[in-house]
Design a protein around this ligand. Structure first.
Ligand code: SIN
Ligand code: FE
Length: 292
């Protein structure tokens, strides 16, 4: 479930056996962890490790790497610019590591986020509560089967509560989860995805795949028995370490922790070593129909 890679640098080059291990582990639904790869927060950036840099409304501060626009921070002016630069340094590092370690090409570097608010003890609706097991699916951004791969760094400072650990639960294999929930999913409403696309509720039209992934995300979070009783394992990520996971495939819940950075990547399933392991292909096999 966890595959540890002992690498200590962000740029490689990495040897072929290590690269093979990385891609096989990731695609089979493991979390790839990098216990000896810290993201270094500089002395003059330490002040950003403070929940008050958030605007208090969003879970995350996000940076759009295409425009450099920073969202949901309370900081302004020079401070906002320096926070943006730290997040960008992380995102660029993650993108470099990704291309040196993994075979995927035509990768879209999506948003980079900084998560400065303690996960524990906040209140959310169930659907937006990432302390419940889920696979990622975006309500406003249809993926049409494209993958969601996320790279995280724990940057909690020394002396943080609970040792600064970011605590996750990781659930059962995607196929087991999908098989159990597919019969119960809300029905496909012809016209709804078209209307949402037209109205601009979604960026383009949702495919059946997107509807199914959203339904799985919601149905899993709303099922208390599943949350409590399904096979799962506690995993914790120490400060000064990084990890990477297909969050559209691996059931995950973040139970505690503060001060993480995260970079999201998207790419087509034809880039995978084994596209049959993509959630799209698993769902098409289980449902017996094309979904995009
Ligand atoms: C999530 O992706 O559900 C949250 C992960 C985290 O912030 O640790
Ligand atoms: Fe998630």
């Amino acid at each position: 479930m966890i595959e540890e890679l002992p690498i200590t640098d962000w740029t490689g080059p990495f040897d072929a056996a290590l690269k093979q291990r990385a891609v096989t582990a990731l695609e089979s639904g493991a979390v790839l962890s990098f216990p000896a790869l810290p993201f270094l927060v500089r002395e003059d950036e330490r002040a950003f490790l403070d929940a008050r840099v958030s605007d208090g409304k969003s879970k995350n501060i996000s940076l759009d790497p295409a425009t450099g626009k920073l969202q949901a921070t309370s900081l302004t002016g020079d401070k906002a610019q320096r926070l943006g630069a730290m997040i960008e340094r992380f995102g660029a590092g993650a993108a470099g590591l990704m291309s040196a370690l993994l075979p995927y090409r035509n990768v879209e570097r999506a948003r980079t986020s900084f998560r400065p608010v303690q996960v524990k003890g906040r209140s959310y609706s169930k659907i937006s509560d990432d302390r419940l097991l889920h696979v990622d699916a975006f309500p406003t951004r249809p993926m049409h089967g494209r993958r969601i791969l996320r790279f995280f760094a724990n940057v909690a400072p020394a002396g943080s509560p609970d040792g600064g650990l970011r605590r996750w639960q990781v659930g059962e294999p995607f196929e087991d989860f999908a098989r159990a929930f597919l019969p119960r999913l809300r029905p496909h409403l012809p016209g709804q995805s078209w209307l949402y696309g037209k109205l601009g509720v979604t960026r383009g039209q949702r495919s059946r795949y997107d509807e199914m992934m959203l339904s799985l995300h919601d149905a899993g979070k709303l099922d208390d028995a599943f949350q409590k009783n399904s096979p799962q394992q506690a995993v914790s990520f120490a400060p000064g370490t990084c990890w990477m996971v297909f969050t559209d495939q691996v059931l995950h819940a973040a139970l505690g922790g503060e001060f993480a950075l995260e970079q999201t990547f998207h790419f087509d399933i034809d880039q995978m070593a084994d596209p049959a392991r993509a959630p799209l292909k698993v769902l098409e096999r289980l449902s017996g129909r094309e979904l995009v």
